[in-house]
Design a protein around this ligand. Structure first.
Ligand SMILES: C[S@@+](CC[C@H](N)C(=O)[O-])C[C@H]1O[C@@H](n2cnc3c(N)ncnc32)[C@H](O)[C@@H]1O
Length: 421
């Protein structure tokens, strides 16, 4: 459906017809997309369709960006399609995965490094003074035996792999085995201990993981573009000159995921921080990231202001964090306008939600942002969400719930919003 300045606030976004073309891919996703679990990863085929759509609109797509690149879904698809890519994510675990996924590897070198890692592991001495033994969160999630084994494995990787690209590959593998090797409740979107879990053996999990990543690497038909992956707060980026033809992205969910908390095992083990909570700062959508409520309210656009006012009547704390979310998204869209070449386009995948009876119309807010930044040809389509496991649900009290616990489903559809500069 086409939306514009005259009709955007009268359209009932949630009744826009589902466009089946955005629901499912025509072919199976490349295995590379599954080398590391990532909450809210979006379907890979959306990138291909976005490139097609931009081309149909007369855009020559050479340079693609994802301003919230997560685990590099758009990155991988872009470089495989021979486009150059720029990605930004505040979380270093995300950018490690994205960097790993947007390169190809010589299988013989992987095998040689893997053999060296196993040899180094065998002779590696445990250093009881290592800071991992003092980290309260690591001790919470792992038994002493698991910490010993993981520390030996991590040390073996660092001492055996002397090339940054391959080091990323093995660290990414190490990162993805941390949850199965810990007490973390499997597939949970909440960090919680499973008292009945038998954690996997690190060496066996690593062997399985490397095997899977080698298979994925062999499936790549060729990486023909260059990926520039930045660990950075997108809101702090300055763009003096436009350089991007197409932005494809899915923004963080509004106050649903604490991305920093979900990645804590990796951030701690990979030495990105001693306190994962520091990564909540600057993360859009985090409940722990909000500034002065009054100042933010003054910055909100009309849609944002109406939603936040309704929320403030039922839950002031929630209203404060949603206000911050919308202010951040407004700034993000103004930066997208700056990075895009004239006629360039952007495609967003975003969901609406509800909190204590208040409809949180993120799609309408985003469309208003695009209109304010002078975007044209705005098209809004609706798609069904297929990723069941990590879709957040809220119960009747607005609390985060697992699928089994949930009494109502909030994100079963989402919007695909296309706009041109
Ligand atoms: C919905 S996820 C993107 C998932 C991605 N499309 C994929 O397929 O993996 C949103 C991402 O935004 C990132 N993020 C949140 N705040 C950010 C900020 N201020 N700057 C850059 N990235 C941010 C989160 O770390 C998360 O990875």
């Amino acid at each position: 459906m086409n939306v514009n300045i005259h009709n955007f606030n009268t359209i009932d976004f949630d009744s826009i017809a589902i466009q089946p073309e955005w629901n499912l891919p025509e072919k199976r996703e490349n295995r590379m997309h599954s080398i590391h679990a990532y909450p809210a990863k979006f379907p890979a085929f959306i990138t291909t369709k976005a490139i097609e759509k931009a081309s149909q609109n007369g855009i020559t797509v050479n340079n693609i960006a994802d301003i919230f690149c997560g685990c590099g879904t758009v990155a991988f698809e872009s470089v495989c399609a021979g486009r150059n890519f720029w990605g930004y994510d505040i979380n270093p675990v995300a950018t490690l995965i994205a960097s790993t996924k947007s390169c190809s590897y010589d299988d013989c070198r992987i095998e040689a490094y893997y053999t060296s890692i196993l040899e180094a592991f065998e002779v590696c001495q445990i250093d009881e003074q290592n800071s991992v033994y003092k980290n309260e969160r690591i001790n919470y999630w792992f038994s002493k035996t698991q910490i010993d084994l993981l520390l030996r494995l991590r040390t073996a990787i660092y001492t055996s792999v002397d090339n940054q690209r391959y080091l990323n590959f093995f660290l990414c593998a190490f990162s993805n085995i941390l949850k199965p090797c810990s007490k973390w409740l499997t597939k949970s979107i909440k960090p919680q201990v499973d008292p009945n879990k038998a954690p996997k053996s690190p060496l066996e999990a690593f062997a399985f993981q490397i095997n899977m990543m080698r298979k994925a690497n062999k499936e790549i038909e060729g990486i023909r573009g260059v990926a520039h992956i930045n660990t950075a707060n997108f809101l702090e980026q300055q763009f003096d000159e436009p350089f991007i033809d197409l932005v494809v992205t899915s923004p963080p969910y509004v106050t649903s995921y604490e991305y920093a908390d979900l990645h804590q095992l990796s951030t701690l083990w990979l030495g990105y921080t001693d306190d994962f909570k520091t990564f909540r700062e600057g993360t859009i959508g985090s409940l722990f990231h909000s500034e002065d409520f009054q100042l933010n309210q003054d910055k909100l656009n009309k849609t944002g202001s109406e939603i936040v006012s309704s929320l403030a009547k039922v839950d002031r704390r929630k209203a404060k964090s949603v206000a911050q979310y919308y202010v951040d998204m407004q700034l993000a869209i103004s930066k997208v306008a700056k990075m895009l070449n004239q006629n360039g386009a952007c495609l967003f995948v975003i969901g609406n939600t509800e909190y204590k009876g208040i409809h949180i119309n993120n799609a309408q807010h985003l469309v208003e942002c695009l209109i304010s930044e002078g975007f044209e040809n705005i098209e809004v389509d609706r798609r069904k969400i297929s990723n069941k496991i990590l879709t957040p649900y809220r119960d009747a009290n607005g609390k985060f719930a697992s699928i089994a616990e949930s009494s109502r489903k909030i994100y079963s559809e989402e919007f695909v919003i296309f706009a041109q500069k």
